[in-house]
Write a protein that binds this ligand. Structure first.
Ligand SMILES: [Zn+2]
Length: 226
């Protein structure tokens, strides 16, 4: 049968209307498989594009924008959130700052406000000499220490490196000054979740929701373990 006559001929079927001609079946199968290959290829292409775009955005730290329910307010990666580099001078001791408690975790910020309130009710002023730091800010402090002390080894005795180990970077720590105010916190902060942690940092306090029940853990020599 030539191509032309085939075009004008009804395909042969059996009494149920099923195709009986093997050549026609073959054509249909070839057509189907070509179509399904295209469909499969198209789906794969779309999946690849979606995954790689998501991956690239995730790599840039912007993946959250895609799923963000509040446009313009990307969900924060806590380690990347900076705190104020400094602030107004502490009202009772100008050697220190009293920076805004920006960048802290919401529960930590709330606990900080309660602590400050309680102190002020007892006539004690707490100055936030340093609170939140980003990874970059912590890294900059380390670099400064390297310059000051000469080697990375010496610097890491005083400033935590890698930065992610710092409780300031993950938003749980505050440095309170002057020392008399820090001493008040050491005595009275526990019930509000604040504890001093290091022997060598009288000013450094960390918040933990378990501290009121569990009490403050024993002091450890230093944050850097040296
Ligand atoms: Zn600290």
């Amino acid at each position: 049968m030539s191509r032309d006559t085939f075009a004008e001929t009804e395909p042969p079927t059996d009494c149920y209307g099923l195709l009986t001609d093997h050549r026609i079946k073959g054509r249909i199968i070839r057509f189907m498989s070509k179509t399904s290959r295209r469909v499969v290829f198209g789906v794969l292409l779309i999946v690849t594009l979606v995954v790689s775009t998501g991956g690239a955005l995730g790599y840039l730290g912007r993946l959250t924008l895609v799923f963000d329910r509040h446009p313009g307010k990307p969900l924060a990666i806590i380690e990347e959130v900076p705190g104020p580099p400094d602030g107004p001078k502490c009202a009772i001791d100008a050697r220190y700052f009293d920076e805004k408690p920006e960048g802290l975790r919401p529960e930590v910020l709330q606990a900080w406000s309660k602590l400050r309130q309680k102190a002020s009710e007892q006539g004690v002023t707490l100055c936030l000499n340093d609170g939140k730091r980003s990874r970059g800010q912590q890294r900059a402090e380390f670099d400064e220490a390297v310059e000051k002390f000469g080697t990375e080894e010496l610097a890491s005795k005083y400033v935590l490196n890698p930065p992610d180990r710092s409780m300031h970077v993950i938003g749980f720590a505050v440095d309170i000054q002057p020392i008399e105010s820090a001493q008040w916190v050491e005595k009275n902060g526990n019930t509000l979740g604040w504890c001093r942690r290091y022997e060598n940092e009288q000013w450094h306090f960390e918040y933990n929701a378990d501290y009121p029940e569990a009490g403050c853990p024993a002091l450890i020599p230093s944050a850097t373990g040296s």
